[in-house]
Design a protein. Structure first.
Length: 186
């Protein structure tokens, strides 16, 4: 009888976990005051976030909309408007000029890593890397991920560090992790 009860308890636990997982997946994550739907692509979600209007404008100016609407999968470290505003005065306006499209594209694609790397996968890479994970970006550069006190930090090639403020914003073509700083390539 105890074995039968143990088996029933296991089934009940599995059922409860399944219901919880489905509930979590059904609930959209809120970013910038808008629900992010896992059935929409990176662009279709980002345009609804009031915290990412600068990023969306930059993606449009760089001609990357079609790429980020593509099948991917992509992992995007998405800087907020406040992150862009913290750059030296005039930086964003300069990058958005048509003659600086290549530089803008370089900065934006430096925030994109091929594949879908959710928080669990990134944490596993950090653990396996004895405290750090090196991520190769679409731009060809590297980002270094570290974890401290349960928070993930991403360091760029210039030594700047961004904190992941919202992780695992699941998209139909990847995942977004919201960051509080713009990451800069060499």
């Amino acid at each position: 009888m105890p074995a039968k009860l143990s088996h029933l308890a296991s089934i009940a636990l599995a059922a409860a976990l399944s219901v919880g997982a489905v509930s979590a997946m059904a609930a959209d994550v809120m970013v910038g005051g808008a629900p992010m739907s896992p059935t929409k692509d990176i662009i279709d979600n980002a345009v609804n976030s009031k915290d990412h209007t600068t990023l969306v404008a930059a993606v449009k100016a760089a001609g990357l909309v079609d790429t980020l609407k593509g099948p991917g999968p992509f992992t995007v470290f998405a800087p907020t408007n406040a992150a862009f505003a913290a750059l030296p005065a005039g930086t964003v306006d300069t990058l958005l000029k048509p003659e600086n499209k290549a530089a803008l594209t370089g900065v934006l694609t430096y925030h994109v890593v091929p594949g879908k790397i959710d928080a669990a996968a990134l944490t596993k890479q950090i653990t396996e890397g004895k405290g750090t994970a090196t991520l190769k970006t679409v731009a060809g550069g590297t980002l270094t991920a570290k974890s401290s006190g349960g928070k993930v930090m991403i360091t760029d090639e210039k030594g700047g560090t961004a904190n992941v403020t919202i992780a695992d914003v699941i998209q139909s073509n990847g995942v977004i992790h919201v960051v509080d700083k713009v990451l800069l390539p060499k």
